[in-house]
Each structure stands twice: as C-alpha cells, then as structure tokens.
Design a binder for this molecule. Structure first.
Ligand code: IPE
Ligand code: IPE
Ligand code: MG
Length: 239
C-alpha cells in the first residue's frame, strides 16, 4: 500500500494529447469532432490538476510537424485554438488559471497570435495553475530558437571564446522560468515523444495510456499520478 505521505505530486506535468482523430473515426465522426472533444478533456484535466495542486501543466496542442496535415484540418485546429482561448476566459478566471504559450509564435496565423497574447495578458495574475499551451511547438525548434536568442544578445565584437553552455541554452528557452517537467503523459497508445519538450524532459518520468485523449478524465489522470508516485527518480545518482 502506498502511504499518503509518500504520495509525491509532480510539480510540472506535460501531456501529449494524442488520439483525437482515432477517437472520432472509431465513432464514424469527422476527425475535427475529435479535436473539439479534446478541448473538453483538457478542461477536465485542468480541473483535476488544480485539485492535485500541480503547479504547471504543459499541453501539447499542435506540433511544428502538424502543418503536414490536410489544410482543412490545420485550419480547423487553428480556428479552434483562437476561438477557445477567447471563449474560455470565464473558465480561466473561475479556476484562477494562468495561460502561457510555448512554441514558435511568429509562425502562427495573426489571429491566433493575438488571442494567445490577449489571454496571456488577461490571466497573468492568476495563480492556481499555470497552463503552458504548446502550439506550433517543436522541441528541436525551441532549442534552435534558444541558440539564436542567445546569439542575438551577443555584441558584434564579443569574444568568440565565450563558451555556450547548458545553462545558457536553458536560459533562452521559450519559458525559462518553468521547472523541468517531472512527468510526461502520452495518451492514444503510441510511445514516443513526437518532438515534445526534448530538452526539458531529460529526466522526466514517462507514462503512456492507451485511452484516446477525448476519453481522458480525472480517473485517468489520477492513475497516472499514482503510477508516478511509485517511481524512484535517480537523476544519474547512486541508488
Ligand atoms: C492529437 O490527436 C491532436 C493533434 C495532433 C492536433 P491526433 O489528431 O493526432 O489524433 P490521432 O493520433 O490521429 O488519432
Ligand atoms: C503529437 O501527436 C502532437 C500533439 C499531440 C500535438 P502526433 O499525432 O502529431 O504525433 P505522431 O505524428 O503520431 O508522432
Ligand atoms: Mg496523433
């Protein structure tokens, strides 16, 4: 039996919200319907995360590779992101959720950029949970943008010998103040990272669920947390 006082809660959970398309196809519905239902699942998990006093929740909503999909699906997802950021203000206020973004903002349609900006401003003082929406996010892309940000901080005549370092890379990530994720969850049955938080998840615990994202609820989340609590994290040290 797990003792309650040993039930360690992750500070930062990342979720690869996968399986929307298959959830819909299995029901004879359009894939887009799965994305719509995926938003409801995200709201359920945000509430579950607040209940569990998790501080940071990173939600992978659209990858830098997802542009390869049919243009109708891409436009639908972009519209859904923009509309939902706006229509969920009440939800963020009620649950005291701070919304932030990681990923390549400049590569998003202007209306999505402005909604992300607006919701980030609107919720900046909320404090129950920080939700990091990863939209047009790729782990490799983030690392490259980090290096470029660092290069931009250097003067023309800076000494070439100034060595780049893990610390400098981490300081120039999209959200450098976020702690590394303790737990990464992937729903939908596949067991891969698909370019999510590559740098940050170096020592994250991984949890895979066969359930499609639109079916996810508080019980699934609780199962993932229970499993996490049994892990012995080692960070390369001695056991
Ligand atoms: C995840 O669900 C959502 C996005 C990638 C936008 P998918 O759309 O990848 O669903 P499956 O994996 O095809 O079932
Ligand atoms: C990962 O899912 C991206 C998101 C959940 C946003 P994908 O469906 O894009 O991943 P692959 O293509 O199966 O690896
Ligand atoms: Mg998928």
């Amino acid at each position: 039996m797990l003792r309650e006082d040993l039930f360690s809660i992750p500070r930062h959970v990342g979720i690869i919200m996968d399986g929307n398309g298959r959830w819909a196809t299995a029901r004879g519905l359009a894939r887009t319907r799965g994305h719509r239902e995926g938003i409801e699942a995200a709201k359920r998990i945000v509430i579950a995360a607040i209940d569990r006093k998790i501080e940071y929740l990173s939600l992978y909503a659209f990858s830098t590779e997802n542009w390869r999909r049919a243009s109708e699906e891409v436009s639908f997802i972009m519209g859904l992101v923009a509309r939902n950021l706006r229509s969920q203000y009440g939800f963020y206020r009620k649950h005291n959720v701070k919304v932030r973004h990681s990923g390549n903002l400049a590569g998003l349609p202007p209306e999505v950029q402005s909604e992300i900006q607006a919701v980030s401003d609107e919720t900046r003082d909320h404090s129950a949970l920080t939700v990091n929406l990863a939209v047009n996010y790729g782990g490799r892309d983030e690392i490259v943008r980090s290096v470029n940000r660092w290069l931009e901080t250097r003067g023309e005549d800076s000494v070439p010998a100034e060595a780049f370092s893990e610390q400098l890379l981490a300081e120039h990530l999209d959200l450098p103040d976020l702690p590394d994720p303790d737990l990464i969850i992937r729903t939908g049955g596949d067991r891969r990272m698909s370019n999510f938080l590559l740098w940050e998840s170096a020592y994250a615990e991984l949890y895979f669920s066969d359930h499609f994202w639109p079916d996810w609820n508080g019980e699934d989340f609780e199962r993932a947390l229970k499993d996490y609590a049994t892990r012995k994290r080692n960070f390369g040290g001695m056991r």
